[in-house]
Design a protein around this ligand. Structure first.
Ligand code: FPP
Length: 285
């Protein structure tokens, strides 16, 4: 947080936004569905790929800001399993852009202590993309700041299928050893691509679409959603800070009633006990 403030000039609009953020209540993990590149290009009578090219700058700004804020993780949806349905030339441009991005961003990652990772069915990627990803993963593996995850050839349902397959394999091995594999939420979480990472607290989607698009289906169970009409190439540092401020104004209850908890405060409060509802097992009079 302090690192971001040091980079901004007092009086700047972004400085004021950053100062309004409570550093003690930052989201640990932000996930972003970067949408609207095609529409951004169309509005300018440009080919769709110009929108993707313009989107790279928004990626750069977002990654740097999240690192300066001191977040633990940022996951960007760069290519879904469904994106293979796009024209071949567009898909190839996306791979080329990814390669250029990975090749040029290493100094920024090292400067900000960013650890890079990729999630998705990576085996199906072109070999040159895979090699570039592996190289950046290796070069940044000892960094301890922000974990930057790119979701590539990613699908939320496929991820759960992969986790269940692993779980079954592990259970068979344990069975042969006469052991027992627990099958509970923790067991599935531990076998997702995101194992060991905190779940996203905040999911941002640009371009106004109210969809999840098969992104991190398991992990976003309790994420706060922030949808903006801004198209991804126009997504600025200011808008990221505004999304975080909006998140900090939310009352996160995780299905409960917020603080204080039901058991501590309200269980015997006559205002919350409906006399018409008898506790289970006690016959109504
Ligand atoms: C969605 O916009 C965006 C994508 C499918 C790709 C995202 C890629 C980038 C932001 C650039 C490269 C990324 C990295 C990490 C270097 P869309 O094409 O679906 O837009 P539309 O809905 O307006 O058509």
């Amino acid at each position: 947080m302090q690192r971001l403030l040091e980079k901004l000039a007092p009086g700047d609009a972004d400085y004021e936004l950053a100062r309004a953020i409570d550093p003690a209540r930052l989201p640990a993990h932000i996930a972003i569905i970067m949408d609207g590149n095609g529409r951004w290009a169309k509005r300018r009578y440009l080919p769709r790929v110009s929108g993707h090219r313009a989107g790279v700058q928004a990626v750069r700004t977002t990654v740097e800001t999240c690192a300066q804020l001191g977040l633990r993780a940022l996951t960007l949806y760069a290519f879904s399993m469904e994106n293979w349905k796009r024209p071949r030339a567009e898909v190839e441009t996306l791979w080329r852009l990814l390669r250029i991005y990975l090749g040029s961003e290493l100094p920024l990652m090292m400067r900000h202590d960013i650890r890079f990772g990729a999630i998705g069915r990576l085996d199906a990627l072109p070999a040159f993309v895979r090699a570039e990803l592996d190289e950046v993963i290796r070069r940044t593996e000892n960094n301890r700041g922000l974990l930057l995850n790119l979701a590539i050839n990613y699908g939320g349902r496929a991820e759960i299928v992969d986790a269940v397959r692993t779980l079954i394999k592990d259970a068979l091995v344990e069975d042969a050893r006469a052991g027992r594999t627990e099958i509970d939420e923790a067991a599935i979480s531990a076998r997702l691509y995101t194992a060991g990472m905190p779940d996203p607290d905040l999911l941002i989607r640009t371009s106004g679409e109210m969809r999840i698009s098969n992104f991190l289906l398991w992990q976003i169970a309790y994420a706060e959603l922030y949808v903006t009409n801004t198209l991804w190439p126009d997504f600025t540092r200011a808008e990221l800070l505004e999304a975080i401020l909006d998140y900090q104004r939310r009352d996160r209850r995780f299905g409960g009633l917020g603080e204080p908890t039901l058991s501590e405060e309200t269980a015997t409060d006559p205002e919350t006990v409906d006399p018409a509802i008898e506790p289970a097992g006690i016959p109504a009079r």
